[in-house]
Design a binder for this molecule. Sequence first.
Ligand code: CA
Length: 647
Amino acid sequence: MTIPNIYNNTSHFDFPYSSKAMGVNYTKERTSITLWIPFAEQVVWRIYDNGLGGKLLKELLLTSHEDGTWSAEINKDLHGHYYTIQVKNHGKWLNEIPDIYAFSTGVNGQRGMIFDPEKTNPEQWKEDQYIHLSHYTDASIYELHVRDFTQHPESGVNNNGLFLGLAEENTHNAIGEKTGLNHLVDLGISHVHLLPISDYCKLDERTPQNGYNWGYDPLNFNTLEGSYSTNPFDGMSRIIEFKKLVQTLHKNHIGVVLDVVYNHTGLVEDAYFDQTIPGYYFRHNTDGQLSNASGCGNEFASEKPMARKYLIDSLKYWCKEYHIDGFRFDLMGIYDIETMNIIEEELRKINPAILLYGEGWTADRSPLDESHRAVKNNTQQLKNIACFSDDFRDTIKGNQFDVHSLGFISGKQYEEEHLKHIIVAGLPHPQIKESYLNNDLKYWADSPQQVINFFSCHDDYTIFDKLKLALDRKDYDTIDERICLGLAINILSQGIPFLHSGVELLRTKKGVQNSYKSPDFVNQIEWDKKNNEVVGICNYLKNLIRLRNEYPFIKCENKQEIQENIEFINNYIPGVVTFIIHNKKKRDKQTSKICISFNNTTKQHHIDVPSGNWKELSIDKYQILKSGSKTDIIVSRALSATIYLDL
Ligand code: CA
């Protein structure tokens, strides 16, 4: 069906604005609904006894108001009922849908749910607290997909693949190694970043075992995905169970970051936004067609006042109702800068420790000029919002668009200056020769607080698979060392470390590059493979995180500190970068400086360094290897990160 496009003929300045609270408002005595649908001819509200099928109990027309809103109320306790709305526009009835604010739905997100929010709170929910975070650089972020993490039978959890599965504590695999949440707690990460957990459309919640999706096909933005709950037919289960997960993570000192995908919708013509007010919530090209910066068929018009309000209302709702600690914006380059800065301001009022970051790019061109959008090169105009560093990713593992390309950890030569550049969060540094850097490596951030360092994530091959594709077969037995070298650079560089789940478990996706709808066989974390060898890598990562936390001076707080406290060792050895971080602010009393050497060659090298009481710290064991006297030479070990403390 072609929908008449109001936006083509009407500037968004012609739309009225309403600051009212939207959606359904429940009390025991009455339930009201308020929706912003200017220019609608009629709006019907239908109440059902079920989320799918069942009986129609009531049907009534909403009343329109001057600010473009429509409302109605029913004086009855409607807890547990489901509803739809339907809009008449240009003489045609649009689809029957939940309203765009629906706070929960029945199975597959077809009808909204009316519920008593008080009944969704687990015991002691009111005492649950956000995770404290002084600086973004104090975070260590671990990205995971709810289902992947506990779907495998060897995860040892009872609720495989569900919110409740990730909330199970003290789980183990058959040989007694920690799995699931137990594994995360052991690593000591500060935040989990969950791939989309709001309702998405391309997995049938009635038979989730027959499909799989990452969830970048959003349907109801304020509703949780039903397939992660024990009962997708009951809109209450998903809320209660997700709150239990948040509460359990918080109890274990882990913050919760949600990957949010407001930049587009999973449905295009049938998108609930367009079935409410055709055209308003999306951008269009000059020919009136939907623009497509998301690469998925449409793009959200964050700059339009009521679209902006929708976005901010939704994020505030997640933050307040679910105690969310941070958001990761998928294709943040689609959002306008002004909206992003308002989001930051509004969310920080609710949670002063909110952690915000996103992808500073788009998948295609947008009609909104790039100068207005939150792309990586405009990071300096974003307040307290970080961007992913693709410079970091490509320097570590090679160009992501070329399977066979090499990066520092796969042994690429003459990469030292690029490595130095990412060690200092891509900021200007007196010892880095700008002329040695690729032209596209611009100085895009203004502070390490704006830089997310990562070398693998859900997109693309796992690092294990990438190394298998890029390395010669004879080098396969060095993959463990190369991943550990990547982890060390990730955790010990300036900026915010971000880890893809399973990097420490040598995760393979069986060579599948884009696994967004691949079966569990490809995507799930294979906990049976957490054996002695893999536990060594897990401990290595755990000890790196511990080092970063126990010696806070490693994390410079701003550009000036990086320029003053980080000293690169000048004697050039191909494949080796050695630097010292000075503890000038005396953030801890244990040591005056740390010396770190990253070596991608298969030989060890002796490095001249400024004289000090240098003691080597074994990361594997988190032990000082031996006591020694004052020295001005250190050993940079082959294909590894070597660390010395001046004690
Ligand atoms: Ca769904």
